[in-house]
Design a protein around this ligand. Structure first.
Ligand SMILES: Cc1cc2nc3c(=O)[nH]c(=O)nc-3n(C[C@H](O)[C@H](O)[C@H](O)COP(=O)(O)OP(=O)(O)OC[C@H]3O[C@@H](n4cnc5c(N)ncnc54)[C@H](O)[C@@H]3O)c2cc1C
Ligand code: FES
Ligand code: FES
Length: 537
């Protein structure tokens, strides 16, 4: 295979890299690939640097862009501290200043927080405001109180105890429809010919010209960003860093063959920690966010296929739709994934973090890897020459952050088969706190029961734990002991005994709390037994 990106017409000359910040167009110069969005925004002091690792939400901003796959405008909260500057190229970034201020008037979200004492030292306030605003912008109907709480899981406050913040935002649950999509209340009356940005409620240069109004269609008509074609980017940064954004899979593969050590990047939620906190230097980043082949979400006769670049938030939305449309028994694995995502990081991380980034990092506490393994998922891998191979998820994880992927290969997609009748998949996670925390122990469990002579016999089973070793652990002995046995109390007792031989942790195992973690592995299985038995009633 020759050099794909050198072929004539394959890659057009990059247009100027741009960004809108609070409605104002900014040209992004070359040379800034080492910067995060937060560093670029330093003049706007509302967006704070707290933890710098995606954990506190003080740096939350809202980005808006036109998703050419779904043909919709997307508005979402992200952590500016982990977002590489060039990852938001072509997007509109809204900060707390752009939403409202004392000079020109506060936005109702800000006003409500202030009047209900939801702000004390104010360090967390802009982040909470932006998370709440992004939720209002992205839900078609007024959010429920549960959705509001969930959207704030990625924001920490040291002062208020959260109650006044929740009280302040609760008023937006099923109240004034004008506060929701396509109808945010303009805080200023438009002058003649002036465009009021639906994102900020203020006059702004992201608005339409007559030409764009004539051309554009869809729910976001009129935005310049809708009509702007996404372009191939090749930019640099301090320390010789290259940031390349190809638009086609063949370009990704060619770049991987030219730069075998290049890091594919989607959400940067793992790489950002490695480069900024662990100070690991990666010279070439290939941003695959805009590659259609890596963003597929398809339903076929045998199951669902999920592109490696699909973001966790998108995956959840897609699976929710799938379970509405398919037979209940087919979607046990899909439901387990949806449930596990509920406890996966905060909204800001889930909005950018990808399925492939989570898999390829192979963290021993990944919340999803035990589920892919338990639910017989297959990973599709493609090499630089375009050769494709499939491997079972349970064979993919080789050791601590080590996967079955050559330097000339990338993960293309994940295939999750439908569950069969009387096949059940369930997720488990225990962390120090309920929301936005990494697991102490997690698990994915599957059992397939068949009736023989009036007895329910285990035909197939797969029990996988995270957080008990250097890699997601397949409980091989327990799986062997389950198959062929009747699903009854004796099986439960035998499995609990066998599990103790599967999960071996030394007293000084990394992470500590060894006895507690071991007991969690048993109690998860006990819960699974009860849950499956209940499904059979
Ligand atoms: C605050 C915080 C909370 C978190 N909470 C959780 C949690 O609750 N549960 C959990 O499981 N994880 C959690 N994580 C981990 C992280 O969010 C996930 O692992 C995430 O899915 C990584 O995706 P990404 O797109 O950001 O990866 P990136 O950082 O962009 O990439 C990660 C790695 O994957 C490689 N990669 C990406 N795509 C491909 C591909 N297609 N082929 C080959 N290699 C590829 C990259 O080169 C890189 O080495 C958390 C992280 C943070 C910062
Ligand atoms: S500074 Fe804490 S999440 Fe960004
Ligand atoms: S008001 Fe002080 S951290 Fe929230």
């Amino acid at each position: 295979m020759g050099s794909l990106i050198n072929k004539e017409n394959d890659v057009k000359e990059p247009k100027d890299a741009i960004l809108y910040i609070n409605g104002v167009l900014k040209l992004l110069p070359n040379g800034l690939a080492h910067l995060t969005l937060l560093e670029y925004l330093r003049g706007l002091t509302g967006t704070k640097l707290g933890c710098g690792e995606g954990g506190c939400g003080a740096c939350t901003v809202m980005v808006s862009y036109f998703d050419h796959n779904s043909k919709k405008c997307v508005h979402q909260a992200i952590n500016a501290c982990l977002a590489p500057l060039y990852s938001v190229e072509g997007m509109h970034v809204l900060t707390a200043e752009g939403l409202g201020n004392r000079k020109f008037g506060l936005h109702p979200v800000q006003e409500s927080l202030a009047s209900r004492h939801g702000s004390q030292c104010e360090f967390c306030t802009p982040g909470f405001v932006m998370s709440m605003y992004a939720l209002l912008r992205s839900t078609k109907t007024p959010p429920t109180e549960e959705q509001i709480e969930e959207s704030l899981a990625g924001n920490l406050c040291r002062c208020t105890g959260y109650r006044p913040i929740l009280d302040a935002f609760r008023v937006f649950a099923k109240s004034n429809d004008l506060l929701y999509t396509n109808g945010s209340v303009p805080s200023q009356e438009p002058k003649d010919g002036e465009f009021i940005c639906p994102s900020t409620g203020k006059p702004c240069s992201c608005g339409p010209t007559q030409e764009t109004i004539n051309q554009a269609d869809g729910s976001c008509k009129g935005y310049k960003l809708i009509l702007r074609k996404t372009s191939y980017l090749s930019l640099n940064g301090f320390g010789g860093i290259k940031w390349i954004r190809p638009l086609l899979l063949k370009h990704v593969l060619d770049l991987k063959s030219r730069y075998p050590d290049a890091k594919l990047v989607v959400g940067n939620t793992e790489l950002g920690i490695e480069t900024r906190l662990k100070k690991i230097h990666y010279p070439v980043f290939v941003a695959v966010t805009h590659v259609p082949e890596l963003n597929i979400l398809t339903v076929n006769d045998d199951g669902v296929e999920i592109g490696a670049g699909v973001r966790i938030t998108e995956l959840r939305k897609f699976l929710k739709k799938v379970i509405e449309e398919r037979s209940v028994y087919e979607t046990s694995a899909c439901k387990a994934i949806i449930e596990q995502i509920k406890w996966f990081a905060g909204t800001q991380i889930r909005n950018v973090a990808s399925v492939g980034g989570n898999i390829c990092t192979a963290s021993p506490i990944s919340d999803l890897n035990p589920l892919w393994m338990a639910s017989r998922a297959k990973f599709r891998i493609v090499d630089c020459k375009g050769n494709v191979r499939d491997t079972l998820a349970e064979k993919f994880f080789l050791g601590y952050r080590k996967v079955d992927l050559g330097s000339n290969e990338i993960l293309l997609s994940v295939f999750v088969p439908w569950t069969r009748k009387f096949e059940f998949v369930k997720e488990f996670k225990q962390a120090h706190r309920r929301d936005d925390d990494i697991a102490l122990v997690n698990a994915g469990m599957r059992v397939y029961l068949e009736k023989h002579k009036q007895k329910w016999i285990v035909s197939d089973a797969c029990i996988v734990y995270g957080g008990v070793g250097p890699v997601s652990l397949l409980a091989v002995k327990t799986n062997g002991c389950l198959v062929g046995k009747e699903w009854n109390k004796e099986l439960l007792q035998n499995s609990l005994e066998t599990l103790q031989r599967d999960v071996l942790m030394s007293d000084d195992a990394p992470g500590g709390m060894v006895e507690f973690r071991k007991s969690l592995t048993l109690s998860f299985f006990f819960k699974f037994f009860l849950w499956v038995s209940h499904q059979m009633c």
